[in-house]
Design a protein around this ligand. Structure first.
Ligand code: F6R
Length: 248
């Protein structure tokens, strides 16, 4: 798997934002839409900030963009502080010109008995949009992508899933206490992610060094969901020097 190493997170964010912008412009020249798969968490925030800057200062036009977010906590209202809806709007969508009807974020407020139909509809919307051109990913220290925790199956689709204790512990500070962290989330599946035409996984910091090594150099195993990306034909990694420090 190709892996580019950057000395700072700013340099990494600028580079990734350039790739996103290039795809948006290329599709625009063809009078086509650019379909993006988007993560939340701390890692991609610099990319969103850079895209906002490019829109505001350089006139980057995002009117042909369609977005699908990877995941959302289950049971959070959209305006709740930790909800990915709120984060995505505050950091990105509010500041750019993506038409609101083109924005799709899994809805964590769907009643339990409607979740399956809702998830199927989310998958249909991706298909109707023509599939995902570019999927950005972060990675959990346990190897999760989206909220596909260890032992998620390779063909999994968008669904309600249970969060791993490691993931809940990691989110504790965002929720002020581990008990407040939801136990479930709606996530795109591994099968959904693998259908994206191009995948770009980002990782920052020493805390990701071991999992980056396992993901790139280790055997493919459903114990580490991200290793399944080794089977995808256009996946690349963008990491900072700390996250790269255990690569051989
Ligand atoms: C969030 C998501 C997760 C995060 C991962 C890393 O939408 O898909 O897989 O990418 O948990 O989170 P950070 O970037 O906060 O280290």
């Amino acid at each position: 798997l190709p892996c580019s190493v950057f000395s700072t997170s700013e340099a990494l964010s600028r580079h990734v934002a350039e790739i996103v912008a290039a795809i948006i412009r290329e599709r625009q020249a063809q009078k086509a839409t650019a379909v993006l798969g988007l993560p939340t968490g701390s890692t991609p925030m610099g990319v969103y900030r850079e895209l906002v800057r490019m829109h505001q200062e350089e006139g980057l036009d995002l009117s042909n963009v369609i977005t699908f977010n990877l995941d959302e906590y289950y049971g959070l209202k959209h305006d709740q502080l930790q909800s990915y809806h709120r984060t995505m709007h505050e950091v990105f969508f509010q500041h750019v010109n993506i038409p609101s009807e083109n924005i799709h974020i899994p809805d964590g407020t769907i009643p339990l008995d409607e979740v399956d139909a809702y998830c199927e509809d989310f998958e249909n919307k991706i298909r109707e949009a023509g599939g995902i051109d570019l999927m950005l990913l972060g990675i959990g220290s346990n190897g999760h992508i989206g909220f596909n925790e260890p032992f998620s199956i390779r063909n999994s689709r968008t669904r309600l899933c249970t969060l791993d204790p490691i993931t809940r512990r990691g989110a504790a500070s965002d929720f002020f206490h581990e008990e407040n962290v939801p136990h479930q989330a709606i996530t795109m599946g591994i099968g959904t992610i693998l259908e994206a035409r191009k995948i770009l996984l980002m990782a920052l910091g020493q805390g990701k060094a071991s999992i980056i090594r396992e993901t790139i150099e280790g055997p493919i195993s459903n114990r580490v969901p991200a290793t399944i990306l080794q089977e995808h034909r256009d996946t690349s990694f963008f990491v900072d020097s700390a996250a790269a420090s255990k690569l051989t």
